[in-house]
Design a binder for this molecule. Structure first.
Ligand code: ADP
Length: 342
């Protein structure tokens, strides 16, 4: 529907040296510190980071709700500072807090919004029908929003954000507060939307599983900086394989075993923590017998063995030295970062 005014070759988002500081009395908080990012059209990109990392600040600047302190950014080819109205015409935004009128029906909600965008009556009705199908709410279009489930409300909000056919859809913590099943359904729906409606999605999340399942690329953002930006699979591959954890009888034995195992050329990192020895290896499953045999030869008794394949959580831990809990709060490291062998 809405024409795409920029060239096919243009990126959906380009961020260059973006900086944002907040002054409070004598204190200055650096919320974004020299952020640069290039997002191709059609990607689903996740901004992953703990509370206070700077995700909302970045999104608010890209949505023209906040002015950067320094640097520049374009969305759909338009400058967020000097071409704000053009940026706003090309973006859809779904905020974290639900912002729906409970007393309106689904279709009334969309009509109201379509009028705000100045769509003529016929285009409006056609587009609304399309959107209701796209978000799977056609059958309940005449029910008041009050009767919708949490997942249906979220889909209606996403549908509303898609009404004017945006180039980029911003989703702030899209599955926060939803139950596990609805969360999964919402993720699948976002993927489908990305494919069928050809929209670039930029979502914020502190949920590693979500970022892994949903995103083509993930930017890990920490203390106002982008620490890494790559596909989840590349990020996991960079960790150098699996982690085999051998539990032994005490910490002295763990330290002794760690030293012995470090001599294997195929071991990329070894780290003793308490009674555990964590060993980073490629194809961990095939290496377990050799690791256990080595322990036995040195008369170290292994009480259990655990194999972990890399997760985005371990990527986050490696790059930031911390983990994030379910609420987005940083948690102290459960163990110091793995020391890579020289
Ligand atoms: P996130 O979305 O990742 O939780 P934010 O962008 O909200 O992070 O916040 C980044 C940093 O900027 C935090 O230290 C936060 O306290 C600070 N901050 C955010 N908004 C304001 C504001 N309006 N005034 C002062 N400091 C702010």
């Amino acid at each position: 529907m809405a024409h795409r005014p920029f060239l096919e070759s243009d990126a959906a988002l380009v961020v260059n040296g973006l900086r944002k500081t907040y002054a409070q009395g004598d204190d200055t908080t650096v919320a974004l510190d020299d952020i640069s990012l290039h997002v191709e059209r059609g990607d689903v990109v996740g901004l992953l980071g703990p509370n206070g990392a700077g995700k909302s600040t970045l999104v608010n600047i890209l949505c023209t709700l906040l002015q950067p302190t320094a640097g520049s950014a374009t969305v759909a080819g338009y400058d967020v500072e000097t071409e704000g109205a053009d940026v706003r015409r090309n973006i859809g935004v779904v905020f974290q807090e639900p912002a729906l009128d409970d007393q309106l029906t689904g279709i009334e909600t969309l009509r109201l919004h379509a009028r705000l965008y100045g769509l003529d009556r016929q285009t409006r009705e056609e587009r609304i029908t399309e959107i209701l199908d796209l978000v799977g709410l056609a059958e309940v279009r005449d029910q008041v929003v009050e009767q919708y489930s949490g997942g249906m409300k979220r889909r209606l909000e996403i549908g509303r954000g898609m009404l004017h056919d945006p180039v980029v859809l911003f989703l702030d913590e899209p599955t926060l507060g939803l139950d596990a099943q609805t969360r999964q359904a919402t993720r699948e729906y976002i993927q489908q939307l990305n494919e069928e409606a050809d929209v670039t999605v930029l979502l914020t999340t502190h949920n590693m599983v979500e970022a892994d399942a949903l995103c083509d690329r993930v930017a890990i953002i920490d203390h106002g900086e982008i620490v890494v930006f790559d596909s989840p699979s590349a990020l996991k591959a960079q960790l150098g394989g699996d982690i085999v954890t051998l539990t032994v009888t005490d910490s002295e034995e763990a330290t002794r075993l760690a030293e012995l195992l470090a001599s294997y050329s195929w071991v990329t990192a070894v780290h003793p923590t308490g009674r555990d020895v964590q060993v980073s290896v490629a194809r961990g499953q095939t290496r377990i017998p050799a690791l256990v045999t080595r322990a036995s030869e040195a008369s170290v008794s292994v009480t259990s063995v655990d194999l972990q394949t890399p997760s985005l959580e371990s990527v986050f831990l490696t790059h930031t030295g911390r983990t994030i809990d379910d609420t987005g709060a940083e948690t102290a490291p459960t163990r110091p970062p793995v020391v890579t062998k020289q």
